[in-house]
Design a protein around this ligand. Structure first.
Ligand SMILES: [Zn+2]
Length: 310
């Protein structure tokens, strides 16, 4: 069984987008309450260095978030807000993703990492916070891998929402394959199959939209016929996951109908790709998932599969 590096900080609980907001801190408490009996090495992340943020975000975006932080927080858009603890949490969340990449590529420790982080990241664009996301954690992780010399990094995003920020950041980048399964049409509006990348990134964005109501059978078909073949063809040196669990049938925001066991099955298939091409290196970053019991159960199934126990 593989040991999993489990990145977590209690400061993630201090990001408060607001009472009654779906992305509140009890999400992570639900995850922690359901951690399975697995070999987990708990690691507290360090804040991400600014230079690593500037690989994927503009100076103006960072300055804007810092200005909101300096006045104690505030709304960024109708869905997205900062409290006093949000900026420190966001820096630690992005730091966790980047440091997990350093660890799994070091060949000196675990080859799997799970970043139990919030705020989530995949909607954050180079210039803008949106959709509960301030900094794009998985994009910071991918950029870190490129800096460390990799030339084929795959990001698989299985959140129910399309990761518009991640797609945008790497849309013209040939070294990063971005593959997303998501409900479509749906928030944030991007993620059509015709969006496939530009320039050096042409063909390196793969959107696999699913209609509302799609369940395990439809998902399994997309996995076997499109997602896995694309990964096999790309032969990634590192697999990054934008691990959202809001495609679960119980999720109050998403309209797909996946079961808990589908997340385990998906993860096992992805680990198989990492074993064949990437020396088993997988870094998974928590994104969405808003039904607390389902989130706890799905993360447990995901971790078991990452460890090779599920
Ligand atoms: Zn989502």
């Amino acid at each position: 069984m593989e040991t999993i590096a489990f990145y977590y900080s209690p400061k993630f609980l201090e990001h408060h987008p607001g009472r009654g907001h779906p992305e509140e801190s009890d999400r992570l408490q639900a995850v922690l309450a359901r951690l399975p009996e697995l070999p987990l090495t708990r690691i507290e992340p360090e804040p991400v260095p600014r230079s690593q943020l500037l690989a994927v975000h503009s100076e103006a975006h960072l300055a804007g978030l810092e200005a909101v932080h300096a006045r104690g927080g505030g709304a960024l858009d109708p869905d997205t807000a900062m409290s006093a603890g949000s900026w420190p949490a966001a820096l630690l969340a992005a730091g966790a993703a980047a440091q997990a990449v350093e660890l799994v590529l070091s060949h000196a420790g675990p080859r799997r990492a799970f970043c139990a982080v919030r705020p989530p990241g995949h909607h954050a664009t180079r210039e803008r916070a949106m959709g509960f996301c301030l900094l794009n954690n998985v994009a910071v992780a991918a950029a870190r891998a490129l800096t460390l010399g990799l030339s084929r990094v795959a990001i698989v995003d299985f959140d129910v929402h399309h990761g518009n920020g991640t797609q945008e950041i790497f849309y013209e980048e040939g070294r990063v394959l971005y593959v997303s399964t998501h409900q479509y049409p749906y928030y944030p509006g991007t993620g059509a199959a015709r969006e496939t990348g530009l320039g050096a990134g042409a063909g390196k964005t793969l959107n696999l939209p699913l209609p509302a109501g799609a369940a395990d059978a439809a998902y399994r078909e997309v996995l076997a016929n499109a997602l896995l073949p694309a990964l096999e063809a790309f032969a990634p040196e590192l697999l990054l996951l934008s691990a959202g669990f809001d495609a679960h049938e119980a999720d109050p925001l998403g309209g797909l109908a996946l079961t808990t066991s589908m997340f385990g099955e998906l993860t096992r298939a992805l680990v198989g790709v990492a074993e064949r091409y990437a020396a088993g290196a997988v870094v998974s970053c928590l994104e969405g998932g808003y039904d607390r019991p389902a989130l706890g159960a799905c993360v447990a199934a995901h971790l078991a599969a990452l460890a090779g126990a599920g």
